[in-house]
Design a protein around this ligand. Structure first.
Ligand code: ADE
Length: 233
């Protein structure tokens, strides 16, 4: 998968993609993330990429031309499955959306700033708008990093344990069950006996039951909360 991120503050994204799982995914050739500085596509002598809003009002608006020039240059190189604009009023990112988007080959992600982008960008250049939640960030970069991370970790071979993305919270409509590691007892606080029993089927049943209890308590809105009683799944 290749992800091209368009930003007016590309430095914000460098450290994120240069570390840990995301860096390894790129080193293994499983994912490629390329961050583009929109100012490089400005024809203005001061490299401006924003201007006052027509009709007045506070706040600057990102101009269409640098964005269009950058997207056109990328599209001349390869076909893109989606051009995504990160926006608080977009479709809410959840695990099913991440699963779907993780199967595409090439994505462009546009990060907004200031008062947002000229509406014609949304009408003519963008194919999808995604929000990471009902709150407003100062720019789309964090949101683009969240979306990219949620996709890249799903690519086969990115996580060491192939099954671990499948057992994440939300993958089966349930939140994840609790996990423990050594020591088996700390300050008198004990790990549940069943996990030390070595009995695989009982451990699996316990984990499923815990996931169900937690989902009903914490996230009754998830589809898994309504699933059948313990021990059947
Ligand atoms: N840009 C600013 N806030 C955002 C949000 N909540 N989701 C996506 N992009 C954003």
């Amino acid at each position: 998968m290749r992800i091209d991120i368009l930003s007016v503050v590309p430095r914000l994204l460098d450290s994120w993609f240069g570390e840990s799982i995301l860096q390894r995914a790129q080193q293994k050739g499983l994912a490629e993330v390329v961050v583009h500085d929109l100012r490089a596509y400005s024809t203005d002598k001061h490299k401006r990429v924003d201007d006052y809003a027509f009709g007045g009002g506070a706040g600057m608006v990102m101009q269409i031309e640098p964005i269009d020039r950058c997207i056109s240059a990328l599209k001349a190189e390869r076909a893109y499955d989606e051009v995504i604009y990160m926006s608080p009023d977009g479709e809410r990112l959840d695990q099913p959306l991440a699963n779907r988007l993780s199967t595409v080959n090439n994505l462009i992600i546009l990060c907004g700033h200031y008062k947002g982008v000229d509406e014609r960008v949304r009408e003519h250049l963008v194919t999808r708008e995604v929000s990471i939640g009902d709150y407003v960030l100062s720019g789309g970069e964090l949101a683009a990093a969240v979306l990219s991370d949620s996709l890249i970790r799903l690519l086969p071979g990115v996580l060491n344990d192939e099954t671990s993305a499948l057992s994440d919270s939300f993958q089966d409509g349930l939140v994840a069950p609790p996990v423990y590691t050594r020591p088996a007892e700390y300050k008198g606080w004990k790990v549940p006996d069943v996990l030390l029993s070595g009995h695989e089927a009982r451990i699996e049943a316990w984990r499923h039951e815990q996931a169900l209890v937690r989902t009903r308590e914490r996230r009754p809105d998830l589809p898994g909360a309504a699933s059948e009683t313990f021990g059947e799944g």
